[in-house]
Design a protein around this ligand. Structure first.
Ligand code: ATP
Ligand code: SF4
Ligand code: MG
Length: 359
């Protein structure tokens, strides 16, 4: 059945109390993750990426991603949040093989992405990306048919023009667009519809993983909810695993089984969404949540935590804990020794010497 273009009904088991402060994504929740305990479909180990020559670099290297490990299991959504410039997009590009890490490795079902001959074609087929701005990510001179058919052509997935046209029609229906409009150009569609075209293109190769980099940030609030619900519904019907990057904490909470919080190129905390939002272990997560619409009733009434100063430069991150220059709990130990991601038991990890662990 094709997902409806309208917001979907609440998913079984989704929390009725979730996302009260959000106007976007206020209906469907994530489908139950299918892959608990199974081998990860995507795994990143020790990823580093630096850039020279950018506006910020001033002769040094911008350490955009500085040691990220993560796993994505079949059928789950891993949300990634963090301030602007913390390395989310750089991480996303490495996770789909668009950018090669300086150090570290990404594997798809245990197979390395980055081989001498580049990313193997079948891995490129199985790991797709949806970009933030549908206007710039869709070629304005191509028809919707040609945009959605391009990956079918590249990966030789349709035997002839007729089969390709039928498949494009199916994909457009799947994302809630009429196949009758496949001869039109992107500018003839609204922002939300253009993002649906981008999603249809990503789905064309029947991927196991889609990395979505701020896929709804460029859309109006009312349209955001519809597109977020489309992702949730596609995941439920197709079982695709998603990495969902967004600024909006409520949106990420709503669609994610697990959430990772990035700070200055590293993961500060990662764990089941309900635990990270309901009982954050890292001071940075607490500060982010205290400044955002509160997704969990038990956190309402907590006073807002005002962080001191701006994020430090990624050219020269602070020694020890990267967050110590802004952390109200910092001690001498924090300035000297970098904390590693550690679990307090279970799947909830935090990189903090004084992490708050639920007893
Ligand atoms: N191609 C590049 N050349 C130079 N510097 C870059 C490049 N891409 C990213 N950077 C720098 O790397 C850091 C991380 O950037 P990135 O775009 O990954 O962050 P982000 O978390 O996605 O930010 P936003 O939320 O604003 O999208 C930033 O300091 C950015 O200026
Ligand atoms: S390690 Fe120290 S500075 Fe870093 S987040 Fe924990 S308490 Fe704060
Ligand atoms: Mg970005």
């Amino acid at each position: 059945m094709a997902p409806s273009p309208e917001p979907a009904a609440p998913a079984p088991g989704s929390s009725p109390g979730s996302s009260p402060g959000s106007t976007a994504a206020s209906t469907a929740g994530p489908a139950p993750g299918q892959g608990a305990g199974s081998e990860p479909v995507l795994r990143a180990t020790g990823l580093h990426k630096s850039y020279r020559g950018g506006m910020l670099s001033r002769g040094g290297a911008v350490r955009a991603v500085a040691g990220v490990d993560l796993e994505l299991r079949a059928g789950e959504t891993l949300g990634i949040v963090g301030e602007s410039g913390c390395g989310k997009s750089t991480l996303a590009r490495m996770l789909v093989g668009l950018e090669r890490p300086d150090e570290g490795e990404v594997t798809f079902r245990g197979r390395p992405f980055f081989t001498r001959g580049g990313v193997p074609r079948d891995i490129r087929r199985r790991v797709q990306m949806v970009f933030q701005d549908p206007l710039t990510s869709l070629n304005p001179r191509m028809t919707v048919h040609d945009i959605v058919a391009e990956p079918l052509r590249v990966h030789r997935l349709s035997p002839n023009a007729r089969a390709m046209r039928e498949r494009v029609g199916e994909l457009l229906t799947l994302v809630g667009l009429s196949p009758d409009r496949m001869s039109r150009f992107p500018h003839e569609f609204s922002g939300g519809q253009r993002q649906r075209i981008g999603i249809a293109r990503a789905l064309a190769t029947e991927p196991d993983v889609i990395v979505c980099d701020e896929p709804v940030s460029a859309l109006d609030m009312s349209v955001q909810a519809q597109v977020v619900n489309l992702f949730a519904e596609l995941q439920r019907t197709l079982g695709v695993a998603l990495v969902f990057i967004a600024h909006d904490l409520a949106v990420v909470r709503h669609v994610s089984h697990r959430v990772g919080v990035m700070y200055l190129g590293r993961l500060a905390e990662v764990g089941p969404a309900a635990e990270v939002y309901g009982a954050p272990a890292h001071p940075y997560t607490m500060a982010l949540l205290s400044a955002a619409p509160v997704p969990k009733p038990q956190l309402r009434g907590r006073s807002r935590i005002m962080l001191a100063g701006d994020p430090p430069s990624p050219v020269a991150p602070p020694p020890g804990c990267r967050f110590h220059t802004r952390c109200w709990k910092a001690t001498e130990r924090c300035a000297e020794t970098e904390p590693v991601l550690e679990s307090g038991g279970g799947a909830h990890y935090a990189a903090c010497h004084y992490a708050e662990r639920a007893s």
